[in-house]
Design a protein around this ligand. Structure first.
Ligand code: ZN
Length: 147
């Protein structure tokens, strides 16, 4: 696959120096998600407090796209309110499912826009979305648990 070289660099950088890749103890919710089409697996610990995403930590095996995406997701969503975080997940998902027509809003998605090119490669879309879907699942379970 060919991605814009600048974007490729952002992805490679997150893959080599992943953010928040070390599971913090006593999470509000832990989830484990698998992308069977590629063999990617992620375990995500979410610390949720006072309607805010206090911490996101993860551990994973899988391809560079998936691991870089977990890193970007954890960096972007940490500290956000539940509402902000969900809206960003939806924005990222829309971009990934746009087949290349939605390049993403860098102001909102920051390093996440580096994955815009992945949307042209249907086989890799699930790799990029895995961690974000795991987060969404963990967030929804945390909200249910808190209420
Ligand atoms: Zn993958």
């Amino acid at each position: 696959m060919e991605l814009d070289s600048l974007y490729q660099e952002v992805i490679l950088d997150h893959y080599k120096r992943p953010q928040n890749k070390s599971l913090a103890s006593n999470p509000t919710i832990q989830v484990h998600h698998v992308n069977t089409s590629c063999g990617d697996e992620v375990t995500l610990n979410l610390h949720f407090k006072g309607e805010r995403v206090e911490n996101i930590t993860w551990d994973a095996v899988g391809c560079s796209i998936s691991q870089a995406s977990h890193s970007v997701m954890s960096e972007l969503l940490k500290g956000k309110s539940a509402e902000e975080a969900l809206s960003l997940v939806e924005e990222f998902q829309r971009m990934l499912q746009s087949k290349g027509s939605d390049l993403g809003n860098e102001e909102h998605l920051q390093d996440g826009v580096a994955f815009a090119g992945v949307s042209k490669f249907p086989a890799r879309v699930k790799c990029a979305l895995l961690g974000w879907m795991a987060f969404k699942d963990a967030l929804q379970q945390s909200i249910t648990k808190a209420n």
